[in-house]
Ligand binder design. Structure first.
Ligand SMILES: O=C(O)CCC(=O)C(=O)O
Length: 263
């Protein structure tokens, strides 16, 4: 299940590669059930382990079940078996190893609910958020539902992974998620949408410029995102921020050891 040489080449040429049907669609869909179970547990004040739930600010006035008002659940792979199984499963790990070598850590995971009415995340490079020493990281964005033109798919700028990390400005839109920053000094006119079916996976370089659009449909768009680094990566959060960053609760580094899956 390694990437083919053509897929590796595409990744280094474009900064991303899409693996169709990487995970069986049923397994991808089961992640929504598992995420909803965490949301329901949190609503009952039950123990939800390491999971960190972020409400959707565009729905702040709503009163429905928590599972209908969430934006993200972070740190979901460390203790939740369903999410850990995907993070450590050969479909994903052997492919990421094709790009980064055998010794990997999954340092961040987030289940993303994009509810109807939720805003997209503006243009950014993930490395902007990762103050690490070492080579680039790889993100794995797994479609849990369809991502189509109306429900807030990702857009990517092919080739932009060769750019350094750009400065970004705070996203000041009303109801923008806390922590969103936007690149405003680059031409994005060659961007392309990444339309996905459940189980499709986007692997992308942490310098790739990408965004997602607003969900203007009436359906949920959900995705599960894992971020991988080589195991010798050093977290410089303390040096960069001079203190623990405000989002240190869920940001790096959340290592749990080496993954050693092979074909
Ligand atoms: O799924 C989304 O709406 C945005 C995700 C994203 O840009 C990211 O994980 O870096």
């Amino acid at each position: 299940m390694s990437l083919t040489p053509e897929q590796v080449e595409a990744f280094y040429e474009d900064g991303f590669v899409v693996i169709r049907k990487c995970v069986p669609p049923d397994e991808a869909a089961s992640l929504l059930v598992a995420a909803n179970a965490i949301a329901d547990a949190a609503q009952r004040d039950d123990d939800t382990g390491d999971a960190l739930l972020q409400p959707e600010s565009a729905l702040a006035g709503e009163t429905g079940p928590l599972r209908t008002r969430l934006s993200k659940i972070f740190r979901i792979h460390r203790t939740e078996a369903t999410f850990r199984a995907v993070a450590t499963g050969p479909e994903l790990v052997t492919r990421v190893q094709s790009l980064m070598g055998d010794n990997l850590d999954c340092f961040l995971s987030q289940f993303i609910y994009k509810m109807p009415g939720a805003l997209g995340q503006p243009w950014h490079q993930d490395s902007f958020y990762f103050p690490f020493d070492g080579p680039h990281q790889v993100g794995a964005w797994l479609a849990v539902t369809q991502a189509h033109s109306d429900n807030g798919p990702l857009w990517v700028l092919p080739g932009s992974h060769t750019e350094p990390v750009h400065e970004a400005v705070k996203d000041t839109r009303e109801h923008a998620n806390h922590g969103y920053y936007e690149i405003v000094d680059h031409d994005m006119s060659a961007a392309v949408p990444v339309l996905m079916q459940p189980g499709d996976m986007l692997l992308f370089h942490s310098h790739l410029m990408h965004k997602s659009t607003d969900n203007v449909s009436k359906e949920l768009r959900a995705a599960m995102v894992y971020h991988f680094a080589t195991s010798d990566t050093i977290d410089r959060s303390e040096q960069k921020y001079g203190r623990k960053p405000p989002n240190q609760d869920w940001m790096p580094i959340l290592r749990y050891g080496q993954l050693t899956h092979r074909d």
